[in-house]
Design a protein around this ligand. Structure first.
Ligand SMILES: [Zn+2]
Length: 384
């Protein structure tokens, strides 16, 4: 197809009269990249040559006309540069790209265009579409993977979508659950949020070459976000991730991805069991602590620890851990549990009486103490 047959932003003749009168200083700071096609200016011979070579290439020629149109219009958008042309050409030449449906090819190209034809994103997309696990996936599942790459267009998210595609437990999920898993993993992988050490360690335990843990989606009807069910599986609640190709609700994904998943992985790493033992209480406190740190990028404060203990052990007489934790408080390991609470909120807790008065005592403390970081619990607090 000839360049002239597509008119995304047809080169216009430029005269001094239709150039904006910019102050000299502004012109310097807004200087376009060396090889940019500035809208309103004619592309240079070099740029036209690159485009012409692309248009003449067999990789371009064999594309569906609608895909060809998209390649050219997105290259023109913001100005053609040889680097953009090279990045686009590399992607359309990827073996995996050639076998994709035109709709999916367009999705991958939209992601590339969204990032200004960033060559690292281009490389990540090439790796994803070339992965055997991606090639073998159903077309709708390829759409789901590429949609989340577009929603979270960074190399970490796209790389982790590729790693996820190769996990058997993921391949055996329903299409709806795949959509849920994809957006959760893509969200967690986005490096702009949370404690990256904990979240990346957590992702490694799910996606790494030696990963043993997997995700199941279940209907807890929103009662709890997650649950570690056996030695290697965590269950997450349907209500936190919609089964579609959209980016999901940020507040929900921030909770389930950046807080609940690190919490449950921490349990899976400690051979967690629901039982009336001090270990269970410590595992829960550690899981909570790691989840807060992962999501907020800072340790929980003593105020947050006090609210946690109230919620976990005291509200409605027994709190969310019910008789399991109550059994510890009345058993031979009670002293260890009291000591854990005492250290976390900075108030002496020595028996069941001071256990109940501890939060009242805590509430008399000034904001200085409330805002202090709660001390970390023993054990693995970064999911390494
Ligand atoms: Zn837990």
């Amino acid at each position: 197809m000839a360049l002239s047959s597509i008119k995304p932003s047809a080169p216009r003749t430029v005269s001094a009269a239709n150039l904006p009168a910019a102050p000299q200083q502004q012109a310097l700071t807004q200087q376009a990249p060396e090889d940019a096609f500035v809208p309103g200016l004619k592309p240079t011979v070099k740029q036209l040559l690159e485009l012409t070579k692309l248009e003449a290439s067999p990789e371009f020629q064999r594309l569906d006309p609608s895909v060809r149109q998209q390649v050219l219009s997105s290259l023109h958008d913001g100005g053609v540069t040889p680097n953009k042309v090279a990045t686009a050409k590399a992607l359309i030449s990827a073996p995996g790209f050639k076998s994709m449906a035109p709709e999916n090819q367009k999705l991958a190209l939209e992601t590339l265009a969204k990032t200004g034809f960033n060559r690292f994103i281009g490389k990540s997309l090439e790796r994803l579409v070339n992965a055997p696990s991606f090639n073998q996936a159903q077309k709708v599942d390829q759409t789901a993977m590429l949609s989340q790459a577009k929603n979270y267009p960074n190399t970490a998210s796209i790389g982790n979508i590729e790693r996820l595609s190769g996990k058997l437990w993921f391949a055996s999920q329903s299409h709806e659950d795949k959509a849920r898993t994809l957006k959760t993993i893509a969200y967690m992988s986005d490096p702009s949020r949370g404690d990256r050490t904990i979240i990346n360690n957590t992702l490694e335990k799910i996606l790494g070459p030696d990963a043993k843990f997997d995700i199941q989606w279940v209907d807890h009807q929103g009662r709890k976000a997650g649950h570690a069910v056996d030695s290697d599986t965590m269950q997450l609640d349907y209500s936190y991730a919609t089964p579609d190709n959209g980016p999901g609700v940020q507040s929900k994904l921030d909770w389930v991805g950046n807080r609940t998943v690190p919490h449950e992985v921490n349990h899976l790493l400690s051979n967690y069991k629901v039982e009336s033992s001090y270990k269970f209480v410590e595992d829960e406190y550690r899981g909570w602590y790691v989840g807060v740190q992962a999501q907020l990028g800072r340790p929980p404060t003593k105020a947050e620890a006090a609210a946690y203990f109230k919620n976990a052990y005291i509200d409605d007489m027994l709190g969310i851990y019910g008789g399991t934790a109550s059994g510890v408080r009345h058993g031979k390991e009670a002293g260890k549990m009291f000591d854990l609470i005492s250290k976390a909120i900075g108030v002496p807790v020595t028996d069941n009486e001071t256990f109940y008065t501890s939060l009242t005592e805590y509430s008399k403390k000034g904001t200085g103490v409330r805002n202090e970081a709660a001390p970390p619990p023993p054990g693995n607090i970064d999911n390494r």
